[in-house]
Design a protein around this ligand. Sequence first.
Ligand code: SF4
Length: 81
Amino acid sequence: MADNSLRNPDNAPGRWYVDDTCTPCHTCIDIAGPATAHPMMQYNADETKVHFAVQPSGPGQEEAAQEALDLCPTQAIGNDG
Ligand code: SF4
């Protein structure tokens, strides 16, 4: 389970976040990265972590964010922020 106290500071303010246990494995980038239909997540400048550049807006983006949360192998994605 993601830990909001370990939230990556690059996340956009709001409920959804990635914490510092992101490896990164790229799974969420395939779901909600810049080249997808729901571009919300991107790499940090040094490409060692991923964060929510924008918060999900609307059912389609919420669904994509939830899919990323469900598939993240390190459980680094949270929605309790
Ligand atoms: S799926 Fe999880 S571990 Fe993989 S890049 Fe995304 S936040 Fe990081």
